[in-house]
Design a protein around this ligand. Structure first.
Ligand code: PEP
Length: 250
């Protein structure tokens, strides 16, 4: 059975004091649930987050990693450094990394390889821009992002892949894909993975939706058969909202 996951991408928000406070609130208010909860604070707060969440069933993810094992890359963080402090999940390919840091599909594919080599689980983000949807090219764009970013992988690698379909026009805009639009794309994605890697891998794959998920729309989006959870930005910065979204599966 594939896993339901709700992951919070905290982006460049929350200093250490605020990180601790938010995690303590989430841990205190969290109900028992079969949905996996992941939080992704900034790099400088990851070690603290691992310490605080220890024993809480909340997993901690990084928002990025470098593709090299190490070396003269000022300002960067390697996959080995992340696993060394107990961070075994990483978000790669987020649209903000693609847009503001010029990450290409080829670079992201490299990062995926490095993360997998370190036995990390990758939350691979992708999704079309508004202009692609307006000309009905969104399925093509998504297909190429997946082909170029992930379809070089071996079957066994897919155990450590989670997909996050995030239409760029819905991120941080308050504009959400309708539950039917999300389902339509998630079904397309699962069928594409099935064509290349077979039924078992496609059927076990968790495909998250991201883009202005809030407590009032989560339940309907999560009720769709090919939506296995969400990657949450803004609403993940508040414990009540984040946990209300997790409850969308109950
Ligand atoms: C995101 O950045 O991955 C995201 C989905 O943001 P928001 O929920 O704020 O749209």
């Amino acid at each position: 059975m594939r896993k339901n996951i709700v992951a919070g991408n905290w982006k460049m928000h929350k200093n250490q004091h605020e990180t601790v406070a938010l995690l303590q609130e989430i841990i205190a208010q969290k109900k028992t649930s079969t949905t996996e909860i992941i939080v992704a604070p900034t790099f400088v707060n990851l070690a603290k987050a691992v310490e605080i969440t220890n024993g809480s069933e909340i997993n901690v993810a990084a928002q990025n990693t470098h593709q090299a094992e190490g070396g003269a890359f000022t300002g960067e963080i390697s996959a080995g450094m992340l696993t060394d402090i107990g961070v075994t999940t990483v978000i790669l390919g987020h649209s903000e990394r693609r847009a503001y840091f010029h990450e290409t599909d080829a670079l992201i594919a490299n990062k995926v390889d490095t993360a997998l080599k370190h036995n990390m689980r990758v939350i691979f983000c992708f999704g079309e821009e508004l202009k692609d949807r307006q000309i009905n090219n969104h399925f093509n764009v998504v297909e190429y992002q997946l082909r170029d970013g992930l379809f070089h992988l071996e079957k066994a690698d897919w155990r450590n892949i989670v997909l996050a379909y995030e239409p760029v026009w819905a991120i941080g805009t308050g504009e959400t894909a309708s539950p039917d639009q999300a389902q339509e794309m998630h079904k397309f994605i699962r069928e594409l993975v099935e064509k290349v890697y077979g039924f078992d891998i496609a059927n076990e794959l968790s495909i998250l939706y991201g883009g202005s998920v809030k407590p009032d729309n989560a339940k309907e989006i999560f009720s769709k058969p090919d939506v296995d959870g969400g990657l949450i930005g803004g609403a993940a910065l508040n414990a009540n909202d984040f946990l209300a979204i997790v409850q969308g599966f109950e």
